[in-house]
Design a protein around this ligand. Structure first.
Ligand code: PEP
Length: 258
């Protein structure tokens, strides 16, 4: 992945049987037929489909990622997958700290940081998710919460080439609700400044910061042209090749602004 390009990442979550691989083929066909967007395109199918997805994507520029990893490289952790296993099956990135895992599995910032470090150990890019709940935003605590999550979840020596931040307001995920472009600009600008302060490496300030939460073809243009938005983490709309391609097509011309 080139760190200076936008990234459009599709998180399939716990969706997709083998038949869903047809959507990957359809996505490949669209990318082949139309001018390729000036963005990295990455898909995160469920772990059960990674091996088949790798096969389906051979010869394609579409990158493969996984949705979670364990902190250990191997061992007695029934049902878990290590970052090394994900690299072995062809993933080049892994999502860590998605709000659904923070909520469903009580994942803490410290655990998310350890998972991001495990990703680096295995040579994977860590996509580190952070974002406030509706209540936290209502209480005026969004910046404070996101700042705390960023500080606690950012792996040591994060570099633009191995770490991506995904700002995903929890209340916007899967709800059809989105923040205003002004709110997105405020939050992404804040994250950018915080990265500059937290950075241990000179290039950490340049980490890509994705926006995630109800990104659809109809709102992608507005949300993704906000300064400091370096792409999108897309859930529901990534399940259909046509919608996901339409979102990535925002970058068909160079619309990136910082
Ligand atoms: C997500 O799960 O990361 C996400 C952003 O979901 P959705 O696009 O469906 O809101």
């Amino acid at each position: 992945m080139a760190a200076n390009r936008p990234l459009v990442a599709g998180n399939w979550k716990m969706n997709g049987l083998a038949a869903a691989l047809a959507e990957l083929k359809a996505l490949q066909e669209r990318l082949a037929e139309h001018p390729a967007p000036e963005a990295d395109i990455m898909v995160f199918p469920p772990a059960t489909l990674l091996a088949q997805a790798r096969y389906a994507l051979r010869g394609s520029d579409i990158l493969l990622g996984a949705q979670d990893c364990h902190i250990a490289a191997s061992g007695a952790h029934t049902g878990d997958l290590s970052a090394e296993m994900l690299a072995d099956v062809g993933a080049s990135a892994v999502i860590v700290g998605h709000s659904e895992r923070r909520a469903d599995h009580a994942e803490t910032d410290a655990l998310v940081k350890a998972k991001a470090s495990a990703a680096h150990r295995a040579g994977l890019t860590a996509i580190v998710c952070i974002g406030e709940t509706a209540e936290e935003r209502r209480d005026g605590a969004a910046l404070e919460v996101v700042g705390r999550q960023l500080k606690g979840s950012l792996p040591d020596r994060a570099r633009a080439s191995d770490t991506v931040i995904a700002y995903e307001p929890v209340w916007a995920i899967g709800t059809g609700l989105t923040p205003t472009p002004e709110d997105v600009a405020e939050m992404h600008g804040f994250i950018r400044r915080e990265l500059g302060l937290l950075a241990e490496s000179a290039e950490a300030w340049a980490l890509r910061i994705l926006y995630g939460g109800s990104v659809k073809p109809g709102n992608a243009g507005e949300l993704l042209s906000v300064p400091n938005v370096d792409g999108a983490l897309v859930g529901g709309a990534s399940l259909k090749a046509a919608d996901f391609y339409a979102i990535a097509s925002i970058y068909a011309g160079n619309t990136r602004r910082r």
